[in-house]
Design a protein around this ligand. Structure first.
Ligand code: GDP
Length: 222
């Protein structure tokens, strides 16, 4: 049966209510799947490099390595018929502005490539990614993934998800001139505090910096 790797990135995991909502909506949208393994972890540099090896040399590669290490990720493996394509569909397009409003990235993504989750893009890559995380991290595919995901949903589903539109607004303002970076970083951090009560302020500042950092990539591109 086909498998795919799902990794919730720091912009979702630090906003616990967002992660809970994502899991809940995946379970609803894909009721026939099996879930194998569940781990919340900091990604070591060598795993980040291997996971994103396909992007080595691209202009966004250094940002990718940094971003996935801003906070924890949650990794799990989904199994089911055509699961690679079906999960990508639920997740939505890479760029938040292009993702359909019903998709997870459309609902919870913040800006550009700050898009809440990674899901394998095609079955051959899925096999490689599942093997990497299975063999080189503590993701244990022998463990049932439903139980920890349901426990996560119960624990965090009431955490407010309030700031998505406010942060998008601040990003739009930043995109007008790409100036006053510190001010925008502070404003984003202040909104993150509402959604991430358990994270130290300096980690939220790092997340805000990474959000603006993703936008800076596209400024430099054009
Ligand atoms: P995905 O499979 O939909 O996640 O997209 P890719 O594998 O093509 O890219 C990996 C990640 O790099 C994306 O999810 C984005 O976070 C980031 N990214 C890729 N291309 C760009 C780009 O052109 N601009 C920016 N800002 N980020 C990008």
């Amino acid at each position: 049966m086909e498998q795919t790797l799902l990794v919730l990135k720091p912009d979702a995991t630090m906003r616990r209510g967002v992660s809970a909502a994502i899991f809940e909506q995946i379970l609803t949208a894909l009721p026939d799947i099996t879930i194998k393994g569940f781990t919340e972890m900091a990604v070591p540099q060598h795993i980040a490099e291997k996971h994103y090896a396909i992007h080595q040399g691209k202009f966004f590669y250094p940002w990718l390595l940094k971003f996935i290490q801003v906070g924890h990720v949650i990794a799990t493996v989904l199994e089911g018929k055509h699961i690679v394509a079906r999960l990508r569909d639920v997740l939505g397009a890479t760029f938040v502005e292009k993702a359909s409003p019903e998709s997870l990235r459309g609902k919870y993504g913040l800006v550009g490539g700050v898009n809440v989750a990674h899901a394998s893009d095609e079955p051959e890559n899925a096999k490689k990614e599942v093997a990497l995380w299975q063999h080189e991290t503590n993701l244990d595919l022998a463990q049932d993934g439903f139980e920890p995901i349901n426990a996560y949903i119960v624990r965090w589903r009431e955490t407010p998800v309030l700031a998505t539109y406010d942060i998008r607004q601040i990003c739009q303002e930043y995109a007008q001139e790409y100036s006053n970076r510190e001010l925008h970083q502070t404003q984003i951090t202040d909104f993150l505090v509402e959604e991430c009560p358990e994270w130290p302020h300096q980690d939220l500042q790092k997340l805000a910096d990474a959000i603006l950092g993703n936008m800076d990539l596209d400024r430099d591109k054009s």
